[in-house]
Design a protein around this ligand. Structure first.
Ligand SMILES: Cc1cc2nc3c(=O)[nH]c(=O)nc-3n(C[C@H](O)[C@H](O)[C@H](O)COP(=O)(O)OP(=O)(O)OC[C@H]3O[C@@H](n4cnc5c(N)ncnc54)[C@H](O)[C@@H]3O)c2cc1C
Length: 166
């Protein structure tokens, strides 16, 4: 997954639609979002999956150019004009980050069994929580990490209560 953070001198996209939030397009960098409801001159671009993998070693200036071309096509503004409007940018290429090497987690064939093993408390003393062991619908998100934390805390409290009764 590659994220593009582009800050412009103005939020020119408001000229097209005052309510622009998410833009889902067919461009090379297909997904964009604004900071709505906050007023901001920042646009975030997002590229994931195999198309991001193809660009793993692409240098930032080249990725920036691709991003500007995508925006140029979306908003019908010449790329040179967009470049002129750009005040700052940061491209986060998670794929070639040595401690990340990717983006969101996803299940493989044995994930369910592995997660079951990983989620088993040790002697009712050490408990494991986190997105890595979550089996719900929202895999790969902070939401699932929170859900897992909540579920494991409940399990611990349940265990403490049953111990007190004994
Ligand atoms: C590039 C990227 C982009 C993402 N974007 C989004 C997004 O836009 N929205 C969204 O909802 N989710 C996003 N996610 C997913 C989200 O970040 C994770 O689902 C979430 O952080 C999981 O939380 P966690 O607490 O379970 O685990 P983590 O946040 O991974 O926390 C685990 C912690 O344990 C520490 N740790 C590991 N091993 C040890 C050890 N042996 N001893 C001590 N500490 C250790 C780690 O350093 C880390 O701090 C993204 C993930 C990535 C990688």
């Amino acid at each position: 997954m590659i994220k593009f953070l582009l800050e412009f001198k103005t939020n020119f996209w408001k000229d097209f639609d005052d309510e622009t939030g998410f833009l889902l397009t067919d461009e090379e960098i297909p997904t964009w979002w604004t900071q709505l409801p906050s007023e901001s001159n920042l646009l975030t671009g997002w590229l994931g999956g195999p198309n991001a993998t193809k660009k793993i070693f692409e240098p930032d200036p080249s990725l920036l150019q691709i991003a500007l071309l995508s925006l140029s096509s979306i908003f019908h503004i010449p790329p040179a004009m967009l470049k002129e409007e750009l005040s700052n940018y940061k491209i986060i290429n998670w794929l070639n980050h040595p401690h990340v090497k990717g983006g969101y987690s996803y299940n493989t064939l044995y994930s369910d069994k592995s997660k079951e093993i990983l989620a088993t408390p040790v002697n009712n003393t050490i408990y494991f929580a986190g997105e890595a062991i979550c089996t719900g619908d929202s895999q790969g998100t902070v939401e699932s990490a929170l859900q897992s934390g909540h579920d494991v805390a409940k399990m611990m409290i349940g265990h403490l209560r049953s111990e007190k009764k004994e």
